[in-house]
Each structure stands twice: as structure tokens, then as C-alpha cells.
Design a protein around this ligand. Structure first.
Ligand code: UD1
Length: 382
């Protein structure tokens, strides 16, 4: 039996791609949902949109401090592994659930495969960087999205024969669902379609602790984002973490908060950027694909915009995905309001250039992964 671990929102699109190809291979697997993200908006709607089965095993850990969350996942996952010893555990990405399940498996001497290995921001103040470093050290098979990830792993002493450059499973899922995104009515609901034409708009996501956990920084960002909103309507599907912080810091007055999105024709009178609840995968993809500009501190969105050819400004000081700067549409603009405003203005005035396509971001990464796994494990996994 293979266990395929899903914990938080950015995991679900990666797991969906791997699950589809495991289905084809005939190797038996179970999806283990740790419950790190648990509500409909952050989890349930993704299972629906991505045609994922109801998780076979649900650990139901929920939120907590890093230690609480990681510890709870470890305790619950160990129990499950003791019950039915899986032959292989697949973890994806860099969230707390990833490192927690990898650690349990490694100590039980169950082989671990890490999908999206080797990405490095070289910034250890990011919790995800710690998760990446540790997960890669204890994984047996490391599947990478780009050549610089291979180099990072080799530098850290990972033997060559554990590293497999296979491409990007998140992009597999993007290609698979792009046509459904075309049928989404999200633009309509947001009043961004006028007489069948898309009204130019920009899209924002923001949830990194470095941007939202400190009041002054968050306020500075909201101020400049409103300046951008005066140039182009700005839509902000907000992560629950960000909403919580904005309420706590009394910063909600910086946005128009539409908990129920239905504001056709109101754009001209919206003084502040429009904050809405988190969106499902397909609706968000449709919004991203048609945006003039995306502003974000997410990791995956830097990759998705590269493939969609949509300019992306990353509001961070570093990125673990430098390939999107070299070959894609991404620009690292940091957190200085003047720089952000200047770069956003520049993008809005520029003509859209051609975008690159990093090697193996071709919709077949999961196929490559499953082929490698089948060659190693097929006879043992039943
Ligand atoms: C996590 C990941 C991050 C990823 C992000 C994407 C880690 C260390 N971080 O950060 O890498 O980019 O997910 O979303 O694993 N909450 C809800 N509903 C939910 C889930 C969370 O309201 O379904 C709230 C929690 O109560 C908590 C906050 O959101 O207050 C943060 O959730 P948590 O999973 O701890 O970390 P994220 O910031 O989401």
C-alpha cells in the first residue's frame, strides 16, 4: 500500500496529479489527509474541484502552533502506520504536514518519496524552508521540478541516485483544469465581465507570516495595494490567516470586505481593494488566467502565472522558485511600497512579452514519477 499525504491547500493540486497517475498504474494507494487545512474553503472545495476521492484516512489535526500542529500530525500518522504498514509514503511540498509525515516514516524505515524536493529560499526564518531542508534529508526518493533544485540537493550531500528531475506536478493539474476554468462564472460574479468583455483587473494573495503577522508591515502593504487599486481594480481572495490578522490589528477598513461576493457594476465606486473569501481551485484559476497582473507572496502562484503568461510580482525578499524569474513572468519586488508601486505601474504600461516554459513543466511530471515508483516498488506493493 502507498500512502499519499495531503495536508494544506497548496498540497491538494499536487496530490491530485500524482493520484491520477497512480490510478492508471494500478498500484494501490490511500490518500491521508492530515487536516492541517480543514474547512470547505481551504480544503473541501479543492477535493471537489480536483475530483479527488474522500480521503481514505483523515487525521483531523486542525490548527495550532508549529510544534503543536507538527506533533499532532506525527502522533496521529504514526498510529495509522503502525496499524497498516505502508510500503511507501509520498509527501508533497513544504508544509508542516510534509515534514511531520516524512519524519514518522523515516523512523519507521518506511521509504519516503518527496515531490517538489530541493527548492530553497535560503531564508531560514521561513517555516517552509525548515520543512524543505528536513524533509529532503530524510527522503529516499527526491522528485524535483527544476535543475537548480537538483544542484541544491547535491550541495547538501544527497546522493545523485536519489534525485529525479521529473518536472512540476502542480502544472500537470493546471493543464488538466484550464479548460474547466474557462467555464467558471467567477468573473461574472465579481462584475469583471462587461458586455462579454473582461474588465482589466489585478489579483492579489497575501498570507506569509513575514507580510501579515506584523501590523506595521501589513498596513504598509495595504496602503500601497490601495494605491494600485486606484489604477486598476484589485481583487483579493484572502487566506483566513490574513483575515484574522487584519481584524486583530484593526486594519479591515483598508479593504472592502465582501463576504458574499456579488457586486456587479460597483467597481467604479469601490474606494478600497475588494477582499473576498478564499476561492476554489477552478474559480481562482479562471481569475488568474485573465488577470493583467498578479501580486502574491505564495510559492505556487509564481509557477502558475509563469505557465499562464501572466505578469507576477512577488512581494517577498527571496524566492525558492528562481526559475520563474529566469524563465517565467515573475519579478521579485520585495516589500518596499515604492518599489512595489513602481513595478506594478510598469507592468500595467508594458506590452505583455513572451513567456518561457521550464523544462518538463509539460503536464507529464506525475507520469514520470509513477513510472519511477512502479519500476522500484510495483512487485512489492499490493
Ligand atoms: C500553510 C503552510 C504554507 C502554505 C499555506 C497555504 C506551513 C508551515 N505553512 O500556512 O506553507 O503556503 O498553508 O495556505 O505548513 N485556517 C482556517 N481554516 C483552514 C486552515 C487554516 O481558518 O482550513 C486558519 C488557522 O486557524 C490559522 C491560519 O489559518 O489561524 C493558519 O493556518 P496554518 O495551516 O497554520 O498555516 P498557513 O498560514 O495556512
Amino acid at each position: 500500500m502507498i500512502y499519499l499525504v495531503a495536508g494544506a491547500r497548496p498540497n491538494f493540486m499536487k496530490v491530485a496529479a500524482v493520484a491520477k497517475d497512480l490510478d492508471k498504474s494500478g498500484m494501490p494507494y490511500k490518500i491521508v489527509h492530515t487536516g492541517q487545512h480543514y474547512d470547505t474553503e481551504m480544503s473541501g472545495s479543492f477535493f471537489q474541484d480536483l475530483d479527488l476521492p474522500v480521503p481514505h484516512i483523515h487525521l483531523g489535526v486542525g490548527s495550532g502552533t508549529h510544534a503543536e500542529q507538527t506533533g499532532k500530525v506525527m502522533m496521529a500518522f504514526e498510529k495509522v502506520c503502525l496499524n497498516e504498514r505502508p510500503r511507501l509514503v509520498i509527501v508533497v511540498g513544504d508544509v508542516n504536514s510534509t515534514v511531520a509525515c516524512a519524519l514518522v516514516s523515516a523512523k519507521m524505515q518506511i521509504p519516503v518519496a518527496h515531490v517538489e524536493a530541493g527548492l530553497r529560499s535560503f531564508d531560514r526564518s521561513m517555516p517552509e524552508e525548515i520543512n524543505r531542508l528536513l524533509t529532503d534529508q530524510i527522503s529516499d526518493l527526491l522528485f524535483t521540478t527544476c535543475a537548480d533544485a537538483d544542484e541544491n540537493l547535491k550541495r547538501e550531500g544527497i546522493p545523485d541516485d536519489r534525485i529525479f528531475f521529473v518536472g512540476n506536478v502542480m502544472i500537470d493539474t493546471l493543464y488538466r483544469y484550464l479548460e474547466f476554468a474557462g467555464e467558471s462564472d467567477a468573473l461574472q460574479r465579481l462584475g469583471l465581465l462587461q458586455g462579454g468583455r473582461v474588465r482589466p483587473y489585478a489579483l492579489l494573495t497575501l498570507h506569509r507570516p513575514s507580510n501579515v503577522d506584523e501590523r506595521t508591515q501589513l498596513e504598509r502593504l495595504l496602503e500601497v495595494l490601495n494605491r494600485i487599486h486606484r489604477k486598476i481594480p484589485l481583487v483579493f481572495p484572502a487566506h483566513p490567516r490574513t483575515v484574522k490578522q487584519m481584524k486583530e490589528f484593526d486594519l479591515i477598513s483598508y479593504v472592502t470586505y465582501a463576504e458574499d461576493v456579488s457586486i456587479p457594476d460597483a467597481w467604479d465606486s469601490l474606494r478600497h481593494l475588494l477582499m473576498i473569501p478564499p476561492m476554489g481551485y477552478i474559480d481562482f484559476l479562471s481569475l488568474m488566467a485573465k488577470a493583467k497582473l498578479v501580486l502574491t507572496d505564495s510559492g505556487g502562484i509564481q509557477e502558475e502565472t509563469t505557465i499562464l503568461g501572466v505578469p507576477c510580482l512577488t512581494l517577498r525578499e527571496n524566492t525558492e522558485r528562481p526559475i520563474t524569474l529566469k524563465q517565467g513572468t515573475n519579478r521579485l519586488v520585495g516589500r518596499d511600497p515604492e518599489v512595489i508601486f513602481h513595478e506594478a505601474s510598469k507592468v500595467l504600461e508594458e506590452k505583455r512579452g513572451k513567456t518561457g516554459m521550464p523544462k518538463f513543466w509539460d503536464g507529464r511530471a506525475a507520469e514520470r514519477i509513477v513510472k519511477i515508483l512502479a519500476a522500484r516498488f510495483k512487485t512489492e506493493i499490493a
